[in-house]
Structure formats: C-alpha cells, structure tokens
Design a protein around this ligand. Structure first.
Ligand code: HEC
Ligand code: HEC
Ligand code: HEC
Ligand code: HEC
Ligand code: HEC
Ligand code: HEC
Ligand code: HEC
Ligand code: HEC
Length: 346
C-alpha cells in the first residue's frame, strides 16, 4: 500500500520537475526518458536515488511523521526517508533542528526503530548538502529563492541526467553517442565518499556512512571490479545486485557450500559485508545499519578494525564484527579457533 502511494507520488513530482527542466535547456527531465526507457524508469523509481530530496507535496503522501508541533504546512522538503532516516527542511530552507519556538527537540526520524533522535539540536543548519543529493547542482544562488537552500539544481534527488548528463540532444537524435555512460567506481564515488578517498572515517566503533568508495578503494576489489560490475545502478541495493560472489570465487563457494552454516542460510555477504557502518542507528553494540564494502577478514583475534585514535577504519574486518553478531554468547578467541572450518579447503 505504502509503495503504491509512493509510486503515485513520484509521478506527481516528476511532472512538477518537468516544468523546471523545460526552462533549463539541455536537461529534459526523467519523465521524458521514460517515454523510451520505461523499464529503467520503473526500476529507478523504486531505488533510493530519486528519494534523496523530495518536495513536501510528494513526501507528505508517504507514511512519514513530522517533528513534534509541526505540520506539513511548515515543511518545504524532506531529505531521505527511504532506507535509514529522514530530516526535514522548513519554509526558509533550513534543516529543522528544534521545536517551533526554538525549544530543544529531536528532529531526525530513524526508520528502523521508529524513533526521533537529535540532529544538531538548536543549531541553525542551512541545507548545504550539494552536490550529492540533487541533479545538476550548482553552488551559486538559492534554490526556490529560499535563503537556507544553498545552491541551485535542476531537480531534487538523483535523476537520470545526474548520471547520464543532459539529455536534450539524445532525445532528439535517439543516438547512443549523444548520451553519457560512466561505469567507473569514481563516477559513483563522487557521492559515495566522505572526506579524502585515501582514508575511511570512523566514529564510536563504526565506519561512517556514505563512504562506499573509500572502503572499496582499500579493498581487494579496488581496480579489479567497478561498482556496476555488482550493482545495477537503477535498482535498489537489495534487488539490484546482479552477480553472485561465487561466480568469481568458485573455490570458496564450493568449500563453503553444504556446510551447516550454508544450509542454515548464512551467506557470503553476511560475513564479508557485515553492517559495520552506521547511518542512523546501531542494531547491537557492534552492528550498525549499512553493509561495509571492505570484504577482507582478518583471522587474527588481536587485529584492530580501527586506528588507535578510533577516527579511521583500517580496511580489514575483525572476527568480533564478522561472527559475534550471530554467535552472541561466544568471544573472539572462539571465533578465531573455528574460523579455519569456514572455507575448509584451506
Ligand atoms: C525518443 C526516444 C528516446 C528518449 C526520449 C530517450 N532515449 Fe535513450 N535511447 C534511445 C534509443 C533508440 C537508444 C538506443 C540507441 C542505439 O542503440 O544506438 C537509446 C540509448 C540510451 C542509452 C544507452 C547508450 C549506450 O551507449 O549504449 C542511454 C544511457 C540512454 N539512452 C539514456 C537516456 C536518458 C537518460 C534519457 C532521458 C534524458 C533518454 N535516454 C531518452 C531512445 C530514447
Ligand atoms: C546513479 C547513476 C544512474 C542513474 C540515476 C541512472 N543511470 Fe542509467 N546507467 C548508469 C550506468 C552506470 C549505466 C551502465 C551500467 C552497466 O553497463 O553496467 C547505465 C545504463 C543505462 C542504459 C543502457 C544500458 C542498459 O542496461 O540497457 C540506459 C538506457 C539507461 N541507463 C537509462 C537510464 C534512465 C532512463 C534513467 C532514469 C530513469 C537512468 N538511466 C538513471 C547510471 C545511472
Ligand atoms: C559527499 C556526498 C554527500 C553529502 C555532502 C551529504 N550526503 Fe547524505 N548521503 C549520501 C549518500 C551516498 C547516502 C546513502 C549511502 C549511505 O548512507 O551510506 C546518504 C544518505 C543520507 C540520508 C539517509 C537517506 C535515507 O533514505 O535513509 C540522509 C537523511 C542524509 N544523507 C542527509 C544528509 C544531509 C542533511 C547532508 C548535509 C548536511 C548530507 N546528507 C550530505 C551522500 C552525501
Ligand atoms: C549525485 C550523487 C550520487 C551518485 C553519482 C551516485 N549515488 Fe548512489 N546514492 C546517492 C544517495 C544520496 C543515496 C541515498 C538515497 C536514499 O536512500 O535516500 C544513494 C543510494 C545508493 C544505493 C542504496 C539505495 C538503494 O536504492 O537501495 C546504492 C546501491 C547506490 N546508491 C549505488 C550507486 C552506484 C552503483 C552509483 C554509480 C553508478 C551511484 N550510486 C552513484 C548518491 C549518489
Ligand atoms: C566479477 C568478479 C567478482 C565478484 C562478483 C566478486 N569478487 Fe571478490 N574478488 C575478485 C577479484 C578479481 C579479487 C582480487 C583477486 C584475488 O585476490 O582473488 C577478489 C578478491 C576478494 C577477496 C580477497 C581475497 C584475498 O585473497 O584476500 C575477498 C574476501 C572477496 N573477493 C570476497 C567477495 C565477496 C564476498 C563477493 C560477493 C559480495 C565477491 N568477492 C564478489 C572478483 C570478484
Ligand atoms: C561464516 C563466515 C563466512 C562466510 C559465510 C563466507 N566466508 Fe569467506 N571468509 C571468511 C573468513 C573468516 C575468511 C578468512 C579466512 C582465512 O584467511 O583463513 C574468508 C576468506 C575468503 C576469501 C579470501 C581467500 C581465502 O580463501 O582466504 C574469499 C575470496 C572468500 N572468503 C569468499 C567467500 C565467498 C564467495 C563466500 C560465499 C560462498 C564466503 N566467502 C562465505 C568467512 C566467511
Ligand atoms: C563485489 C560486489 C560489490 C561491489 C564491487 C560494490 N558493491 Fe555495493 N553492495 C554489494 C552487496 C552484495 C550489497 C548488499 C545488498 C543487500 O543488501 O542484499 C551492497 C550494498 C550497497 C549499498 C547499500 C548498503 C546497505 O547496507 O544496504 C550501497 C549504498 C552500495 N552498495 C554502493 C556501492 C558503491 C558506491 C560501490 C562502488 C564504490 C559498490 N557498492 C561496490 C556488492 C557490491
Ligand atoms: C548471519 C549469522 C551468522 C554469522 C555471521 C556467522 N554464523 Fe556461524 N552459525 C550460524 C548459524 C545459523 C549456525 C547453525 C546453527 C547454530 O549452530 O546455531 C552456525 C553454526 C556455526 C558453527 C557450528 C556448526 C558447524 O558448522 O559445525 C560454527 C563453528 C560457526 N558457526 C562459526 C562461525 C564463525 C567462526 C563465524 C565468523 C567467521 C560465523 N560462524 C559467522 C550463523 C552465523
């Protein structure tokens, strides 16, 4: 039911965005692409990318609550609300961080636990989150003339033309050479990054979120695979992974297959991509809510996933994070003593 409302809602916003695009020359808007690429359009609509920033007219049709004391009439845009959390923007373009009279209030909505948590309580927070949440972002000016919205953009959220470039020429020529395709990890890494790409920022025992590119660069897949070798970028993470690990790692697949854990439904991803990163909330003391892209596991019980000051991840996964979220009653020495049996050819 919720999905149907959301699909309908995104049709409405696309029509609205069309009006913005029409004035912008080279950009034609995602609904124009749908005329000839309906399959891609339908996939994309169910993914997180278009959700990233939604006008209130669309977001209010979703099942989201609003911060205490506010109504939808006080809100101009919603940030996220697809997978992990939502934040709200007021009519002046500022991210809401307090109650209507300025009193302390938790204003970030966490989806998994259905709770409100603090987000920079009481601070004046302009929305300067470009270029990662919008299409064709320019740092100049203020979108919609609202002083809190820093920069301007062709459309809220990540539309077709953010990745494929302006489509005007292509829709007229229908020629493949008039539209861009960027399959490199660096293309995705423009947004799936935090800080400098050589480091993996961490905080309070978790890798921080939106840094899949940083993690990937420190991983054994760097340079060997691109993000799009595994992901269909038009689909949600869960349904859009298009290759199985075993298609490249046959030996490990064969060694693991048939074991009690495999038969119990424990997958490659459960161990090699645990939720070591945190966006909104932790599910347990060592389990966050975003899967890591580091992949390599150290079997040394003394190894550390973080630098001594805790500010960065080292790029390896340790057995506490890998095994003990499921084997809660055990400790890391137990895991180290058992680990040899996982891929038993070794
Ligand atoms: C009027 C129909 C039409 C519209 C509208 C249209 N396309 Fe296409 N598109 C095509 C056709 C036809 C091809 C295949 C061209 C070929 O194979 O030579 C194509 C191919 C593509 C490709 C593949 C290019 C490649 O190198 O293989 C991409 C990407 C693409 N379109 C993106 C878009 C985007 C983004 C939009 C909206 C901005 C869009 N298209 C709008 C007709 C259209
Ligand atoms: C997050 C970036 C991103 C967004 C958003 C995106 N695409 Fe793509 N698209 C890609 C990449 C990367 C490829 C190449 C994928 C590959 O070959 O593995 C691609 C491939 C394509 C292709 C041709 C290849 C094929 O699989 O047939 C078409 C057509 C296309 N996209 C259309 C669209 C349309 C239409 C939209 C919006 C509804 C859109 N894309 C949104 C990144 C994106
Ligand atoms: C460098 C690019 C970048 C910047 C800058 C950025 N974000 Fe994000 N954000 C992302 C990416 C990528 C994700 C999703 C992947 C992840 O979280 O690991 C995300 C996720 C989110 C989500 C969760 C979305 C959901 O559906 O659950 C929220 C909310 C959010 N960001 C808010 C903000 C706010 C507010 C700012 C500015 C203060 C900001 N972000 C700045 C890239 C960025
Ligand atoms: C312009 C910035 C930007 C670019 C470029 C970009 N992303 Fe994203 N991506 C985001 C943001 C922001 C989110 C969070 C959306 C949300 O949850 O609201 C996200 C979410 C995702 C998700 C998880 C959400 C879901 O639908 O399940 C995947 C997977 C993903 N991106 C893959 C890719 C890949 C692969 C590429 C490169 C082809 C790419 N992205 C390029 C900004 C970007
Ligand atoms: C398209 C092929 C491909 C896919 C799919 C793939 N990998 Fe890899 N993987 C590689 C390559 C290439 C390397 C680097 C060469 C090597 O050392 O084997 C690698 C390396 C690794 C390593 C480190 C190996 C070592 O010796 O330290 C791990 C662990 C790993 N992959 C796990 C995974 C997991 C888990 C998945 C599924 C989520 C996966 N891989 C999907 C190709 C792939
Ligand atoms: C129960 C947790 C677990 C599962 C499930 C698991 N692995 Fe592993 N994997 C490990 C550990 C731990 C290591 C490190 C082993 C070592 O270095 O001795 C490892 C090592 C690897 C390596 C590095 C090369 C090697 O053999 O040391 C690859 C590649 C790999 N696994 C792929 C896979 C694939 C593919 C799957 C799914 C079929 C999978 N793993 C399932 C825990 C797991
Ligand atoms: C070896 C395959 C592989 C590569 C390469 C890869 N991913 Fe993933 N990614 C996955 C798998 C598997 C998942 C988990 C899907 C699921 O939840 O079932 C995932 C999940 C995600 C998520 C959502 C996180 C979550 O907790 O659901 C994002 C965002 C993402 N990937 C972005 C990227 C980006 C950006 C790159 C390139 C820098 C990339 N991925 C490279 C396999 C890969
Ligand atoms: C996603 C959850 C999950 C993860 C992660 C996981 N396990 Fe398991 N493990 C299970 C389940 C389920 C079983 C089978 C039923 C049971 O024993 O509860 C099992 C069984 C086992 C057994 C006894 C069964 C046998 O095969 O003889 C050992 C030993 C074991 N796991 C070790 C590990 C180690 C070491 C790791 C980390 C490298 C690990 N597990 C990671 C869920 C997990």
């Amino acid at each position: 039911m919720r999905r149907i409302t959301v699909l309908f809602a995104s049709m409405v916003v696309l029509v609205m965005c069309g009006a913005v695009f029409a004035q912008a020359g080279d950009y034609v808007g995602s609904e124009r692409c749908a005329d000839c690429h309906m399959d891609k359009f339908n996939d994309w609509k169910t993914s997180g990318h278009p959700y990233k920033l939604r006008p209130v007219e669309v977001a209010k049709l979703d099942a989201l609550p609003v911060p205490d004391g506010y109504t939808w009439d006080d809100i101009s845009y919603v940030i996220g609300g697809y997978r992990w959390k939502a934040r709200f923007i007021d009519k002046q373009g500022y991210i809401i961080t307090a109650g209507k009279k300025g009193e302390p209030l938790a204003t970030q909505w966490n989806i998994k636990s259905d709770t409100w948590v603090n987000y920079h309580p009481g601070e004046k927070k302009p929305y300067k989150c470009g270029p990662c949440h919008m299409t064709a972002y320019s740092p100049e000016g203020n979108q919609d003339g609202l002083e809190g919205l820093i920069g301007t953009w062709q459309a809220p959220g990540i539309h077709c033309e953010e990745c494929h470039g302006p489509g005007d020429k292509h829709v007229k020529s229908e020629d493949a050479s008039d539209i861009k395709i960027d399959k490199t990890a660096a293309g995705c890494g423009k947004c799936h990054i935090r800080g400098v790409k050589e480091k993996i920022p961490a905080k309070k025992g978790f890798i921080r979120h939106h840094e899949q590119y940083n993690e990937y660069l420190a991983s054994p897949h760097a340079g060997k695979l691109q993000c799009t070798d595994c992901h269909d970028p038009h689909k949600p993470a869960r349904s859009g992974v298009k290759v199985a690990c075993v298609s490249c790692h046959k030996d490990q697949g064969e060694a693991y297959g048939g074991s009690l854990m495999a038969r119990s439904g424990v997958t490659c991803v459960d161990c090699h991509m645990p939720r070591a990163s945190k966006s909104a909330e932790k599910l347990s003391p060592r389990e966050g809510d975003v899967r890591t892209h580091n992949w390599r596991i150290s079997t040394d019980p003394k190894a550390s996933m973080f630098t001594e000051d805790g500010k960065y991840a080292t790029g390896i996964l340790t057995l506490d994070v890998v095994c003990l979220n499921c084997h809660g009653g055990r400790d890391i020495e137990w895991a180290a003593s058992k680990v040899g049996m996982v891929h038993k050819t070794k």
